[in-house]
Each structure stands twice: as C-alpha cells, then as structure tokens.
Design a protein around this ligand. Sequence first.
Ligand code: NAI
Length: 341
Amino acid sequence: MRIAFFDTHHFEKDVFQSANEKYGFQIEFLDVRLSAKTARIVEGAEVVCSFVNDKLNEECINVLKEMGVKLIALRSAGFNHVDLTAAHKSNLIVTRVPGYSPYAVAEFGVGLLLTLNRKIHRAYFRVRELNFSLDGLVGFDLHGKTVGVIGTGRIGKIFAQIMTSFGCRVLAVDLQKDSELEKNPGITYTDLQSLCRQSDVISLHVPLTLGTHHIIGEKALSEMKVGVFIINTGRGALIDAKALIKGLKAEKIGGAALDVYEEEEEVFFHDLSDKILKDDTLARLLTFPNVLITSHQAFLTKEALGNIALTTLESIDEFRKTGSVSRSKVVSPEDRIRTGL
Ligand code: NAI
C-alpha cells in the first residue's frame, strides 16, 4: 500500500521509517504541504498522511477523492485543519493520533513559563556576550501564585498537576470537570471570568473550536490582573493576537509565551532567516522582550514522535486489513459538530 506523506520534516522521517519496518508500506516522503494545489501529486496512493499546517478544505478533499485516496491519516491530535463534512461526503476515513504524549506538551508549557518568568532566554544570550549584569532579569516565585488552566483534558490536567507541585493554587475551566482533579485540594473549577480575574498565570489547553476561537480576546484580557502571564501551547487562534499586542503595549500583560500563533501556517516549521517577514503582527510580537515565541514544538519529544509514528501506521494497517479503523482513532462530522468547527 502506498502512502503519500506530506510536509515531511527531518525530525520525523527516520522515526516513521523505522516504525514502518514492521509494516512494509511504500511511503513517499514529500516536502510540500497538502492543499488543493498540491493534492494531485498523490496519484496512485490510497493513503495520505498529513500534518497540522496542511489545508484539507473541501476543494482539496474533492481532488483527493478524484485521485483515488481512501484514508487521510493525520499525524496530529488536532483536526481543525480538515473539513470533516467534505471528507464524510467523499467517503474518506480520517484518522488522528488522539494522545501521543500529553507530558511532552504539558512539560513544554511549564518550560515556557519558567523561561519567560525568570528571563532565561535573555540571560542565555547576555552571558554568551560576556554581559554578566543581572539588571532587568527579576522574576517572581511561582510558589503561592494562582495559575489558571483553561482546558483540563489530557494535557491541561498534567499541566495543572505540575503547577500544584510547585505550590501554586490552580483555577480550572472546562466543559467537563475531571473527577481526579476535583478531588485535588490545590485545584478548583470555576468560570472563565473568575479565572481571568484571579490568575497570575493563564495557560491554554483547549482545542480550537467555534466556542474557543479568541477565547482570550479584548473582553477576557480586560478582566485579567495587571502583570498576568499568558502561556499558549493550544492553538494560535485561541488568542486574538491584535488584542494581545494592545495589552502588551499597555503593560497590562506581564508576559506571553506562545508555541502556536494564529497565522503560523505561512511561517512555522520553515527557515525564513534570509527572507523578509511579511506578517506585521508576528513582527510586532517579536519586538517585545517579554514575549517568547517557539515554532509549534511542544509535542517534539522522542516519545511523542515514536507514538505518533506507531499509532498512525497501526491505523493504516488496520485499514489495509479490514477496510475500516476503530472509532477511537477516527474523526467524523459528529466531532466537527461537537467542536463547532
Ligand atoms: P483533550 O481533548 O484531551 O482536552 C481538551 C479539553 O478542552 C477537554 O477536556 C474539553 O472538555 C475542553 N474544552 C473543549 N472546549 C471547551 C470550551 N469551550 N471551554 C472549556 N473547555 C473546553 O485535548 P488535549 O490532548 O489535552 O489537547 C489540547 C489541545 O492542545 C489540542 O486540541 C491541540 O490543539 C493542542 N496541542 C498542541 C500541541 C503542540 O505541539 N503545541 C500538541 C498537541 C496538542
């Protein structure tokens, strides 16, 4: 069986090749991203394997169908970049990797918070230039602070638990309360407004849906404490970047650490070091000393990559043997309706 593997990165190719020894699929590693424009290259492949910044809109799905594709295997947990209704209409199965390593993302979120707060990113460069001054590097103790966690699913739950071990009080918001977290005396479920009003740090762990799009916008920001730190390892469009810039300029926001960005498709995962950055919002964000941006790397651990490769190939193998894939790994239009995407 042939797999057209779109948007291949060095960091994943070897992992997929070694996981594939067991299955013997014919994987064609392609550098280009999947979109309506590039979808025709799949000719002869029954399966496409897609990453987070591919654009699987209706037009792209129709071309895939026309080219004889039967299965779209997403090597991500998120599926907001796929038109699931169009896929369903075209009888295309869409699989994903629901939880490859929540620790990878939660631990990275904590790393961002520590780096931003204690200004380790700035200290690193200073010392390399033999500037041993400490001026401008004052942080705050996390112990005793209030941390707001928006979304307590697989990743948010671990992030919340790590924060309680730092001696923080955790306020949580979720449509569904986690029974284990509810029993933890350091964690209290509340509503978004109270979380915004009381938290010193706010970390985002909800998926991108109609209900969460710009969940951090002008209104939520106006409720927040002066000096609040915002950490986003969820999806870029959870934050209204223009409102964030306003809050940073007004010195209302103490710091923002962003592993994801609303318009990241054109920028993240590419080496643009000899190009002109066209995105003025991102360019402005990069000028703030208290903004730390990483290029959607929270998932990037050996364990997570191994799990992504194994689960993706397992799903494809199940499809090869039975013509279908178990429900827990499939995303369907019901998921789209549930999430409002
Ligand atoms: P999950 O599905 O286990 O948890 C999401 C939680 O958000 C659920 O408990 C759900 O009830 C809650 N939720 C959904 N809509 C809500 C709303 N409107 N208000 C309050 N709560 C709401 O997902 P998981 O695995 O924890 O991942 C969370 C997100 O992290 C993913 O959707 C993805 O966007 C992002 N992610 C980012 C990665 C990165 O490398 N930066 C890697 C993996 C995931």
